[in-house]
Design a protein around this ligand. Sequence first.
Ligand code: DGI
Ligand code: FE
Ligand code: FE
Ligand code: FE
Length: 192
Amino acid sequence: QYDLFGLQQAMAKVQTEKRFYHTLGVQTTSFAMALKHGADEEKALIAGLLHDSAKCLSGAVLLSECGKYGLPISDTEENSPYLLHGKLGAYYAENKYGITDKEIQSAISYHTTGKPDMSLLEKIVFTADYIEPSRSSERIPNLHEIRRLAFDNLDFAVYQILGNTLNYLKKIHMEIDSTTVEAYEYYKNIIR
Ligand code: DGI
Ligand code: FE
Ligand code: FE
Ligand code: FE
């Protein structure tokens, strides 16, 4: 149904080598997680492959592209334009790469901040992005545990990732998107 090889070649063209390597890792990890959790593995594969299609753009270009296509830009996104690469990536998935599926688009759109009550596909892409093989346990001390949780207790994995992310952002004094906080609070409340 999807032209996997064509889409891979398209990503290789718009990404650095390192980013493309990460992309292939997220693609395969999303696929494996879909098999484990009973999600549509084809959708997981395509969402993983396209999730960072707008990642290799400068902040200025992200802002101008979102402006051009009428995508909403929050104050936090204005201050940290890289947050827009999910939303713009979802737009590109539909309009550059012909992916009309709304579930795939949404998984791409929310892969950076997460959100409360994510769909299974959204949780898979959000988590696969964090645990794919090229992520380093030197930078993420509990990576091994999260990799196991990704297959055994997905909601708990999502909770751990959001907790790590918030701690990291606080440590480096970055502005935190309200969606990231809402997602964390939501998963904190449902894991027990
Ligand atoms: O694009 P990737 O690097 O593969 O991964 P990603 O899209 O999940 O982006 C990860 C970065 O996003 C990481 O440095 C943390 C950051 N991030 C997540 N939530 C927020 C955030 N940055 C800001 N400023 N605010 C947030 O709420
Ligand atoms: Fe990303
Ligand atoms: Fe992520
Ligand atoms: Fe990514």
